[in-house]
Design a binder for this molecule. Sequence first.
Ligand SMILES: Cc1cc2nc3c(=O)[nH]c(=O)nc-3n(C[C@H](O)[C@H](O)[C@H](O)COP(=O)(O)OP(=O)(O)OC[C@H]3O[C@@H](n4cnc5c(N)ncnc54)[C@H](O)[C@@H]3O)c2cc1C
Ligand code: FES
Length: 257
Amino acid sequence: MLQIKVKIISNKRLKGNYWHCVLSAPSLARASRPGQFLNVRVSDGLKPFLRRPFSIHNVCGGRLEILYEVVGGGTRNFSCRKSGDHLDLIGPLGKGFDYRYAQNKRVILIGGGIGVAPLLFLSRAIKSMDKLILIGARTKGQILCEKEFKNFISDVKISTDDGSRGFSGRVTDLLKNLISIEPRSKKEIQLYACGPKPMLKEVCNIAKAHNLQAQVSLEEHMGCGIGACLGCVVKTKNGLRRVCKEGPVFDAQELIW
Ligand SMILES: Cc1cc2nc3c(=O)[nH]c(=O)nc-3n(C[C@H](O)[C@H](O)[C@H](O)COP(=O)(O)OP(=O)(O)OC[C@H]3O[C@@H](n4cnc5c(N)ncnc54)[C@H](O)[C@@H]3O)c2cc1C
Ligand code: FES
């Protein structure tokens, strides 16, 4: 874990409230694993006082990318940072995805909204040739990273809540449909998901119902981001666990919703 100031190479609006930031951070990039996150001081002043956590979206050479949605004051401050500015951050933090056993499996990634953020780095790291990603969005204008995922995954499926593109309905309904016609044995399938809480809860229910291996990346409000304040705990079968330290990635079978 490092606390360093890194240079912003670019920080641009992708579409709507979604932004993409590229940082020059060779030592951090080398140390980062898919599913880990960075705790970012988004402004030089005291507002907001707390750092904001963001997944590592991608690592490319000595560059590190963050994909983020502007939802409040902190992320608005972040979007005002310019190329050439320096960003104070701590990372890489947390326990990422375990993908050691995924190489020979049918891998299904499920990303809801900004939840696609950590899945790009993961999709590059998993060497399985049998990969599928389900990208869920409210409407077609909010579909994220479709082109980027196509560089690493041949099978990219889209769902929109309003039916404006792809499957009409929730991304978890699309997942259910696909699982019901999946010819492979359940042991050969591995799910990885990130997105809003209700989506992750449903992914865990689907995994339990079909006895599938699944890992989900949780997003909780965070205080310290380094395991000290207990502000981010969730209930698991092994007791309370800190999302910033024992997570953010958890096994679906472990979580109690
Ligand atoms: C491990 C982790 C990884 C994350 N990765 C990303 C990422 O890659 N891209 C991204 O855009 N966001 C990510 N988030 C969420 C991001 O940290 C919050 O959106 C951000 O902190 C909001 O700050 P703000 O000051 O703009 O909003 P605030 O003014 O603090 O809040 C605005 C709204 O966002 C909600 N919110 C705030 N923090 C969180 C949170 N941690 N989880 C869920 N909802 C929250 C609040 O309830 C409120 O409704 C991640 C969170 C965690 C814990
Ligand atoms: S945010 Fe402080 S313990 Fe997790």
